[in-house]
Design a protein around this ligand. Structure first.
Ligand code: CA2
Length: 139
């Protein structure tokens, strides 16, 4: 089973600020963690990170007919992007949404997610472990 993992804007900056919210580990550690989890679960995984909404839309469109599942942390685009929601609807690939923090207990503007409208499952507040749970959903 082929899974595409998409991380959105600023997640490449993990570990340098706000460790109380996002943890102390950097983005390279997150990518290694995801690859190790996928390997343990016998899933084929591709990783993509972008700070650009249109690039994320493009990679979702490119996943059509190629990937069996998408794991996405849209980061700030979670709360703003109808374009990412529409791309996920267009390709119809089962999607699990992940957030490192618990967005339901943070600022009001973080409590709404467009991606949740299409996601099979949303996992929040488990840090890196949320990505493992998302991969387990597909496994
Ligand atoms: O909790 C999550 O995973 C988020 O998707 C992370 C986003 C945030 O905008 C969402 O509301 C929730 C932020 C990604 C990274 O932000 C950083 C902030 C400071 C230092 C490093 C990264």
């Amino acid at each position: 089973m082929k899974i595409l993992v998409i991380n959105g804007p600023n997640l490449n900056m993990l570990g340098i600020r706000e460790p109380d919210i996002y943890g102390k580990q950097d983005f390279a550690s997150l990518e290694k963690y995801i690859r190790d989890c996928a390997s343990e679960l016998s899933l084929s995984v591709s990783l993509f990170q972008s700070n650009h909404e249109g690039e994320i839309v493009d990679v979702i469109q490119s996943a059509y007919g190629v990937y069996d599942g998408i794991v996405i942390n849209p980061a700030a685009y979670t709360h703003t992007s109808v374009a990412i929601l529409d791309a996920l609807k267009a390709v119809g690939i089962p999607t699990v949404e992940v957030h490192l923090s618990d967005i339901s207990t943070r600022e009001a503007f973080r409590q709404h997610s467009y991606v949740s409208l299409v996601a099979k499952k949303t996992i929040c507040g488990l840090g890196f472990e949320g990505y493992r749970k998302a991969l387990e959903f597909f496994a």
